[in-house]
Write a protein that binds this ligand. Structure first.
Ligand code: GDG
Length: 444
C-alpha cells in the first residue's frame, strides 16, 4: 500500500512489480502514495493496464518525515540490520503516524464490509490499527516485503513495542522467509510475553493472529514469455555481439546499500586478481537504477560505487575491454529478460534481502538447454527456495571470486541439473501462488 504508482512503465521496485502483476490477475484497488507532492490529501483514482489505483499526494514535510525519514532512514536500514545507518528522529516517527492516519481516514470510506484489506510493507505497519479505530471489522492482512530483524536490533528502535503491537490489529501477517518469521516469533515471545500455537497462531494478551511464511514469486509465465519474445531475442544478440565471445556476469539492483554492490565489485575484482589468464574472458554488467536519491545514505553509496567501479576499470581495463559495465539507468522488462538470458552468471550479493526477485527472474529467463549459473547470497529470502544456486557469503571477496570461477567452469550437464529444480520452484511458486496463499489464509 505504498511506493510507486502501478502505471509506471518500468517500475524498479520489487513491491511495485509484484503487486502490479498480482492485481492484474485478481482485481482490487491499490491505495498508496502517488509519489507526488501536494496539499489536498484527496484520493485520486485512475486505471492503467487493468490496475486501478487510488493515490494521495503528500506535502513536502510529510514526504521528508514519513517517506525519506521514518520509512527509508529508520525502518529500512534497521530492518536490514544496518544500525550504523539508522536515524532515530521523533519528527520522523510523528510524520509516519500522521501519514498513516491520513491514509486510514481517506481510504476507510472506500472499503466495503466484506472486502479483504491487504496492507503492504514497512511504510504502512500501523495502518490496520488505524483502520480498526475507524470502526472497520474487515479481515485485514499485512505482508512484510523486507526482513524482520533480530530482537536485539529491533529493541534499539524507540517505541518498538508500539510498532509491533500495531501489527496485532491484523488477522494475518506474512513474511518472505522462515528466518524472518522466526525473528518475529522471538520478539513476540521475549518482549511481549506472547505464545505460539498451531498453524502459525500467535497470541499476545487476549488477541490471537496468524503469522505465516509466504514467499513472494514473480509473474513467471509473463517473464518466461518475455525471455522468449522478439525484444529479448534482439537484446540477447546485441549483448552477444558486444561481448565478442566473453561470458557476461549480470547484476540488476536498485542502487541500495542492502544489495551488497560494493562487495560484489570487490569480489569480482578478487576474481580478476586471482585469474589473470581469464580476465579478458568475462565482463560484469551491473544495471543499477538510482533510488531514494533524496536520502543521504543513498547518495553516499552512489559515490562509493562510482569511485570503486572507476578504480577497478582503471586498473584492469585493456584497450578493447572494460571489466565492469556500470549502468545507472532502468530498462524495460523485456530488455532485462534478454540481458538475463544472454548472461552466463547471475550474481546476487545482497547483505540482507527480504526475498530478491532478480534471482527468480534470472532463473526464469534461462535457456533450458544451456542455462546460466545463479550465484546467490545466503542472506536473501530467495536462498531458502533456490538451493540449486552457488551459495555465497557476500562479505567474503574470496567466496564471491571462487563462486565465479566455479560457475565459469561448470559443465552444461551440471548447470542444467542445478537450474531445473530452481526453475520449477520459480514457475510453480509464482506471484499468483503467493497471492492465493496469502488471501486464502486471510479469508480464514
Ligand atoms: C523489495 C525487497 C523483495 C530493477 N532494475 C530494473 C528493474 N528492476 C526490477 C527487478 C525486480 C525489482 O525491480 C527489484 O526487486 P528485488 O526483489 O530484487 O528488490 P527490492 O526492490 O529491494 O524489493 C525484496 C521485493 O520487495 C518483493 O517483495 O524481493 O527483498 O527489498 O523485479 O527486475 N525493472 C526494470 N528495469 C530496471 O532497470 N524494468
Amino acid at each position: 500500500m505504498s511506493a510507486p504508482r502501478p502505471e509506471q512503465p518500468a517500475a524498479q521496485g520489487g513491491l511495485a512489480v509484484a503487486l502490479t502483476a498480482a492485481l492484474k490477475k485478481s482485481g482490487g484497488i491499490w491505495f498508496g502514495w502517488s509519489g507526488e507532492v501536494g496539499t489536498d490529501h484527496q484520493l485520486h483514482f485512475e486505471t492503467y493496464g487493468g490496475v486501478t489505483s487510488g493515490t494521495i499526494d503528500l506535502t513536502e514535510q510529510e514526504v521528508e518525515e514519513y517517506y525519506n525519514g521514518y520509512a527509508n532512514s529508520t525502518l529500512w536500514p534497521l530492518f536490514h540490520y544496518r544500525l550504523d545507518l539508522t536515524e532515530f528522529e521523533r519528527d520522523y516517527q510523528g510524520g509516519y503516524e500522521r501519514v498513516n492516519r491520513i491514509f486510514g481516514e481517506q481510504i476507510a470510506p472506500h472499503i466495503a464490509p466484506d472486502d479483504l484489506v491487504w496492507v503492504h510493507d514497512y511504510h504502512m505497519i500501523p495502518l490496520g490499527w488505524l483502520l480498526r479505530q475507524q470502526g472497520l471489522e474487515n479481515r485485514m492482512g499485512f505482508f512484510l516485503h523486507i526482513p524482520w530483524p533480530p530482537t536485539r536490533l529491533l529493541v534499539a528502535l524507540p517505541d518498538h513495542k508500539r510498532l509491533v503491537e500495531a501489527l496485532f490489529a491484523y488477522d494475518v501477517i506474512g513474511f518472505q522467509a522462515s528466518e524472518w518469521l522466526e525473528s518475529f516469533h522471538h520478539y513476540v515471545t521475549h518482549e511481549m510475553g506472547g505464545s505460539l500455537g498451531d498453524d502459525g497462531r500467535v497470541t499476545v494478551g487476549g488477541r490471537t493472529i496468524r503469522a505465516i511464511c509466504c514467499p513472494i514469486g514473480i509473474d513467471a509465465e509473463d517473464f518466461i514469455a518475455s525471455a522468449n519474445g522478439p525484444v529479448a531475442r534482439d537484446v540477447r544478440l546485441r549483448m552477444l555481439e558486444s561481448g565478442v565471445g566473453r561470458s557476461m556476469i549480470i547484476g540488476v539492483d536498485r542502487l541500495d546499500y542492502s544489495k551488497g554492490l560494493a562487495e560484489r565489485f570487490l569480489g569480482y575484482e578478487r576474481f580478476l586478481q586471482n585469474n589473470p589468464d581469464r580476465r579478458a574472458l568475462v565482463y560484469l554488467l551491473q544495471i543499477a537504477p538510482p533510488s531514494r536519491t533524496d536520502v543521504q545514505s543513498y547518495q553516499d553509496i552512489r559515490s562509493n560505487l562510482d569511485a570503486l567501479s572507476g578504480r577497478i576499470n582503471g586498473q584492469y581495463a585493456d584497450i578493447d575491454w572494460v571489466p565492469i559495465r556500470y549502468v545507472n539507468q532502468g530498462f524495460p522488462r523485456e530488455t532485462l529478460a534478454g540481458v538475463y538470458r544472454a548472461a552466463r552468471i547471475g550474481l546476487v550479493t545482497s547483505l540482507r534481502d527480504g526475498m530478491n526477485l532478480v534471482a527468480k527472474e534470472f532463473v526464469a529467463a534461462q535457456d533450458p538447454y544451456d542455462p546460466g549459473v545463479l550465484i546467490l547470497s545466503r542472506f536473501t529470502g530467495a536462498a531458502e527456495q533456490l538451493d540449486g544456486a552457488l551459495m555465497i557469503n557476500p562479505y567474503s571477496a574470496d567466496d564471491i571470486a571462487d563462486a565465479i570461477d566455479k560457475a565459469l567452469s561448470m559443465a552444461r550437464a551440471d548447470r542444467i541439473a542445478r537450474w531445473r529444480p530452481m526453475f520449477e520452484t520459480v514457475r510453480d511458486h509464482d506471484v499468483v501462488w503467493w497471492r492465493k496463499r496469502f488471501t486464502e489464509a486471510l479469508a480464514g
